[in-house]
Design a protein around this ligand. Structure first.
Ligand code: ADP
Ligand code: MG
Length: 343
């Protein structure tokens, strides 16, 4: 930045961030030099993921600053969890419309509280003026050969998901009824606000499934995190692995709040195609069922078996995800998931 007052403000903001960052032994040089210097544990692979959040695209413009901070880190930690990697460090590139220290402090409250939960150190970043946009990069470790990859699903595997599905998409549907159609199980304002009270935190403050992601290493075969919707993301696994998948609609884990807010058809659509769940979807051999149940117990995370991996289209590139309703009948939806630059 060339303008002197802007330069000073930028420096103040960086200093405000630096003052609050927790140390880690493997950070040789953190915020303050031209680049960070970090010590990777011997014998481990370094795993890196990056995700950007733009106002109005990845979060509603009225989202509280502390929730934006939380979500910016959470969606990135979710990517590491989907690889089975243990997070260690992150960087934060902030584009801010103004040098609003109140906003920054609240943003950091959310960001750093999640960072502290996972002992992740903020080691650098960039601060510029522009439309509100947050880009986070996370770094973690995994033992060589023990990564949860998208291309490792095998025919006969069970398909599992963590947590419950569709809550974040349900919150969006309640927030923007004109875009998505009204909720269907009684839509008076009081009920809607009660439902949003439960569902909106699932949109604003997703829980990255770090502990269970790491625990599944060596047991689950393929893994992905659900950011664009179950069918779309499971489709990526199928394409990468050259297999197809069968999903039982009635098995999809459902929160009581979502169950109360929408009729079955609408809810199923939200659960199968709505984005922003940030749950993990993994495949694992049938022989590992008991082990997965015990891992879920120790991690304190719900893990639900929702289907199976089947043979692809015969060309080794089956990308089909077939969904069946409670009567075993094929179920279809107009949308499979969220794509930027899509319709
Ligand atoms: P440079 O001009 O060399 O890029 P900057 O003034 O952008 O330096 O950054 C100075 C230091 O502050 C660097 O260590 C950088 O990583 C860190 N930094 C800048 N912005 C942020 C931020 N938003 N979060 C964390 N660290 C930041
Ligand atoms: Mg810079």
């Amino acid at each position: 930045m060339t303008d002197r007052s802007r330069g000073a403000a930028e420096f103040d903001l960086i200093e405000r961030i630096r003052a609050r960052v927790a140390p880690r032994d493997d950070v040789v040089l953190g915020i303050g030099d031209d680049a960070a210097v970090l010590q990777v544990p011997p014998g481990q692979h370094l795993v890196i993921a990056t995700d950007t959040l733009n106002a109005g695209v990845h979060f509603p413009v009225d989202t509280a600053a502390r929730d934006i901070g939380w979500k910016a880190l959470a969606v990135n930690l979710s990517d590491l969890a989907a690889m089975g990697a243990q997070p260690a460090w992150c960087t934060l590139s902030l584009s801010l419309p103004s040098a609003d220290v109140g906003w920054l402090d609240a943003f950091l409250d959310g960001f750093l509280s999640l960072a502290a939960q996972h002992q992740v150190a903020l080691v650098g970043g960039d601060t510029t003026r522009g439309p509100l946009s947050i880009c986070v990069t996370v770094h973690g470790f995994v033992e060589p050969g023990r990564i949860l990859r998208r291309d490792a699903a095998e025919v006969g595997d069970d398909i599992w998901v963590t947590g419950t599905l569709g809550d974040a998409a349900g919150a969006l549907a309640l927030l923007f009824p004109l875009a998505t159609g009204p909720e269907t199980s009684g839509s008076d304002a009081k009920k809607t606000s009660l439902r949003l009270h439960t569902l909106r935190p699932r949109l604003d403050r997703p829980t990255p499934r770090v502990a269970i992601g790491c625990a599944l290493v060596g047991i689950a075969r393929a893994g992905i995190d659900l950011s664009d919707g179950l069918l779309a993301d499971l489709g990526h696994v199928c394409r990468a692995s050259g297999v197809a998948a069968e999903v039982d609609l009635a098995a999809l884990p459902t929160s009581p709040a979502l169950l109360g807010a929408f009729d079955d058809e609408r809810r199923h659509r939200l659960q199968a195609t709505g984005g922003d769940d940030y749950e993990l979807c993994v495949t694992a051999p049938v022989a590992a069922r008991a082990l997965l149940a015990s891992i879920a117990g120790s991690a304190g995370t719900q893990l639900t078996r929702i289907g199976r991996i089947v043979v692809g289209d015969g060309n080794g590139n089956g990308d089909g995800v077939r969904v069946f309703d409670a009567n075993g009948q094929p179920w279809t939806s107009q949308r499979t998931g969220y794509t930027h630059f899509g319709d």
